[in-house]
Design a protein around this ligand. Structure first.
Ligand code: UDP
Ligand code: MG
Length: 345
C-alpha cells in the first residue's frame, strides 16, 4: 500500500464504479465525475469501472471512455454477478495494485452526486478513515422508504454490530480499510456491514440523494429482499436462537396446560372429556421439546456458520512497542502486519 505521507508524488484516489445496463448514464456520469475531480488538481485519480455483465452497450461506452481518458480502468464480468460483487472486484483490484491512498465507491446512475465525494476527501484528509454518505433526503417511492425503514429496524435489533441507517455503499475508505475489507471472503456479501465490522474511525456525511438519471433500477423487490436477508443473516445468528425461545415458550405452555387439566380433573370432573388431557398436553409438550432440540442443533449450526464465514478475527489499527521504528510506525499496519519493503514508493 502506498505511503500516505509520501512527498514524492500526489496522493491517489481510486473510484470504484459498478455498472449494470447504464449505457445512457455513463457519459454524463463520467463528465460530472471529471468536472468534480478536476477541482482537486493536487490529487491523482483512477476510475475503475466494473461492468457487471450489462446487456446493453455499457461496455462499449466504457471502452470509448478509456480511449479518451487513460485514468479509466475497465473490468468486465463474464455475467451479471450483482452490485456487491462488482464493488468487491473493484476493491480487490485496487487493494492488489496497492497504489491508492483512498477509495470512493459510488453508483454510476448519478444518484450519488460526484461533488459529495470531494467533501468525503476533505474529511479523509482530516483523518477520518471511512466517510459514509448518509441520505438526508431520498427521492424514492413511499413503498421503498417503508421497506427500507422496516429493514433497518429489524437489523438494528438482530445484528451483532451497529450498521448505520440510510446508508448505501456510497463511501470513501482509506487504503487500510480497503485492505481489511479485501480479507473478508464470504460469498453472500453485505459490504456495508463488513465495512462497519472492520472498524476504524467512521463518520457520516449527510447528502441529498438524487433521482436516477436514465434507465431502470437494477434492484427490483426480489433482489432487495435477498439483499436484506444477507444483511440480517450475515451479521446475526439470532434467527437460529429464536427456535429455542419458541420451544421454551411452548414447553412452558404445556406445563400450564397440564396444571389446568389436573385442576379440571380433580375439581370439575363433569367437564373433562376422556383422553383429552393426554392428547392436548402431549401434543404441546412434544412440539415444545422438538423445537428446543432444533434450537440446540441451531446453536451448533450457528457456530459452524460463523466458522465457515472465515472472517479475520480482528483488525489491528496500530501497535506501539519499543522495538525499532518499523514496529511503531502505524503505516506498517496498512498492510495489516505485513512489512513489505518491496512495496511501490
Ligand atoms: N448495479 C450492478 N449490478 C447489478 C445491479 C446494479 O453493478 O446487478 C449497479 C448499477 O449500475 C448502479 C448501482 O449498482 O451503478 C446501483 O444500482 P441501482 O441504481 O439499480 O440501485 P438503486 O439505486 O435503485 O438501489
Ligand atoms: Mg440507483
Amino acid at each position: 500500500m502506498r505511503d500516505r505521507d509520501d512527498s514524492t508524488g500526489p496522493r491517489r484516489i481510486a473510484y470504484v464504479l459498478p455498472v449494470y445496463n447504464e449505457e445512457d448514464n455513463i457519459e454524463v456520469f463520467h463528465a460530472a465525475l471529471v468536472e468534480a475531480t478536476d477541482k482537486r488538481p493536487d490529487l491523482d485519480f483512477e476510475f475503475v469501472y466494473v461492468d457487471d455483465g450489462s446487456r446493453d452497450a455499457s461496455l462499449e461506452r466504457l471502452v470509448e471512455l478509456r480511449a479518451q481518458d487513460p485514468r479509466v480502468t475497465v473490468v468486465q464480468f463474464s455475467r451479471n454477478f450483482g452490485h456487491q460483487l462488482a464493488v468487491t472486484a473493484g476493491l480487490d483490484l485496487v487493494a492488489e495494485a496497492r497504489d491508492a491512498d483512498a477509495v470512493v465507491v459510488m453508483d454510476t446512475d448519478l444518484q450519488d452526486p460526484p461533488l459529495v465525494s470531494l467533501e468525503m476527501i476533505d474529511r479523509w484528509e482530516e483523518g477520518v478513515e471511512v466517510v459514509y454518505a448518509q441520505r438526508r433526503t431520498r427521492k424514492d417511492t413511499a413503498f421503498k422508504r417503508a421497506t427500507a425503514w422496516g429493514f433497518y429496524w429489524v437489523l438494528d435489533r438482530l445484528a451483532s454490530i451497529e450498521i448505520p441507517r440510510n446508508v448505501g455503499d456510497f463511501r470513501l475508505m482509506d487504503a487500510r480499510v480497503v485492505a481489511e475489507v479485501a480479507r473478508y471472503r464470504e460469498h453472500d456479501r453485505f459490504l456495508r456491514g463488513i465495512v462497519a465490522h472492520v472498524g476504524f474511525r467512521q463518520e457520516a456525511l449527510l447528502f441529498d440523494r438524487d433521482e436516477r438519471y436514465a434507465g431502470r433500477t437494477g434492484y427490483p423487490l426480489r433482489k432487495m429482499i435477498g439483499f436484506a436477508a444477507s444483511g440480517i443473516i450475515g451479521f446475526s445468528t439470532t434467527p437460529l436462537k429464536l427456535i429455542s425461545r419458541i420451544g421454551y415458550a411452548i414447553s412452558l405452555f404445556s406445563v400450564l396446560l397440564a396444571c389446568y387439566v389436573l385442576f379440571v380433573r380433580l375439581f370439575r370432573p363433569e367437564d373433562s372429556v376422556p383422553g383429552w388431557a393426554f392428547l392436548g398436553v402431549g401434543m404441546f409438550m412434544l412440539s415444545g421439546i422438538q423445537l428446543v432440540m432444533m434450537g440446540v442443533i441451531g446453536s451448533y449450526l450457528g457456530r459452524v456458520y460463523v466458522e465457515a464465514q472465515d472472517r479475520p478475527l480482528y483488525t489491528v489499527a496500530m501497535v506501539a512497542r519499543d522495538a525499532g521504528d518499523a514496529r511503531t510506525d502505524p503505516r506498517r499496519h496498512r498492510d495489516m502486519g505485513v512489512l513489505d519493503p518491496g512495496a511501490k514508493p
